[in-house]
Ligand binder design. Sequence first.
Ligand SMILES: Nc1ncnc2c1ncn2[C@@H]1O[C@H](COP(=O)(O)OP(=O)(O)OP(=O)(O)O)[C@@H](O)[C@H]1O
Length: 303
Amino acid sequence: MIDVKGISKQYGDIQALDNISFHIDEGACFGLVGPNGAGKSTLMKILSGILLNFHGDMEVNDWSVSKERLKIKQRIGYVPQEICLEETLTARDNLTLFGHLYELKRKALQTRIDEVLAQIGLQDRAKDKVSTFSGGMKRRLNIGCALLHKPSIVIMDEPTVGIDPQSRNSIFSIIQELQKDGSTIIYSSHYMEEVEHLCDSIGLIDNGKLAEFGRMEDLLEKHASPSLFIAGEGIDQDFLQSFGKVERKGTGYLLNSEDSLQTLEKVAVHCREQDIHPYRLELYQPRLEDIFFHLTGTQLRDM
Ligand SMILES: Nc1ncnc2c1ncn2[C@@H]1O[C@H](COP(=O)(O)OP(=O)(O)OP(=O)(O)O)[C@@H](O)[C@H]1O
C-alpha cells in the first residue's frame, strides 16, 4: 500500500504540486493522468525518492519516504521519461552498468540480465549497440534497467512517448506481466486510452492539483450520466437547446438532459416532423477524457 500525504512542491514561483494526497493498493496498476506541465514528472520523481526537497510525505507499507528513503528506494524501479542509456554500449553492457549501480554481484547479475532481456523481448539484440536500436527498443531497454533489482513497485513516466504502436503494445505486455507477478505499477501518461486500457485505478492531475482519484470503475460510474450525441445537416445549437444543455463535440453536438433516453425519442420525433435526417443520433457514455474535461475544464490533448 502506498499513501501519498499532502505533497506540495514549488520551483521558484511555480507551484508544481499543490497538496496532493491519494493511496494506491498493493498490486494495482495506477495511472497518473494529466496534460503537459500538470506535475506528473515532479510527482513521479518524488515518489521514486529522487526529488528530495518537497513538503508532505509518502508511505510505502508504513515506511515514510522522509525517514526511510533508502529502504523504499530499494523496492522501487523508476523508468524516467527521458531515455537514460549509453548509446555506444550494447544492451547487455547497459544493463550491467545499471546492475552495478544496484550493487548486484557478477554471476547473479548476469543471470538476472538474461531474465530481464527475456522480459523486455531483447534477447536477440543483447550484443548490439544501443545506437542501432529503434525508439521502441530503447524504451524497452530503459524499462529493463529499472527492473534488474526486482522492485515490487515500478514507476514509469510516460514510457510510450514517441514510439510506434507495435512497441507500445509490447510495453503494455511487459506492464501486464509485471502486474500479474504481483508488482505495483505507477504509470503516467497524457494518453487517456492507454490508461483506460491498462490501469485499474487512476489519479487525474491538472495544474499541480489532484482533480480526482479512485478505482477506474468507481470513477466511471460516479461520472457516468450518458448524454446524447447528434450530428447531421440542419442540426445546430438553436435546434437542440430546447431539449437540454448543448455543447459542441467533434462533428456534432452533445446534449445533456435529465433523461437522455427520453430526450433521444423526443429529438427523433422532432427531426421527423422537421424533415431533418441526422447521420448520427445515439446515447454517448462519457470516457475518462470527458470526465477530465468536466472536472478541470482542460483538454488533455494539444497542450
Ligand atoms: N526543474 C524545474 N525547474 C523549474 N520548473 C520546473 C522544473 N521541473 C518542472 N518544472 C515546472 O513544474 C511544472 C510541472 O512540470 P512537470 O514536468 O512535473 O509536469 P508533467 O505533467 O510531467 O509534464 P510533461 O507531461 O510535459 O512531462 C511545470 O510548470 C514545469 O515547467
